[in-house]
Design a protein. Sequence first.
Length: 123
Amino acid sequence: MMAPNNVACWFEIPVTDLKKSKAFYEAVLQTKLTDQEMGPNMTAVFPTADQQGVGGHLYEGKPAGQGAGNTIHLVAPDSKLEETVARVEPAGGKVISPPIPIPAGRFCYILDPDGNSIGLFAA
């Protein structure tokens, strides 16, 4: 069996207030999420280039809170990670770590307003 191109195929981030959380991610990532009904739930979908690649959405659910759940890493829109990180706390989140260098680039950990663990990555 061949390995897949991507191990992850979709992600979901549970939030308590979809409108508030959508505003947080749009402010931090400088993008627009698309409202979409999926099954019984309204969601806010993250954009991907030409709707290709691994994507995900926000949905009203039960966040693990205070970093206790999985960590989802999202691509920072700025070439300087610090520019993206500077928008986290004014938008209602919390910065957990300074930028951490790795061979592929740099990332840092943050918590969104619901305490979801998020990594912000810049190449």
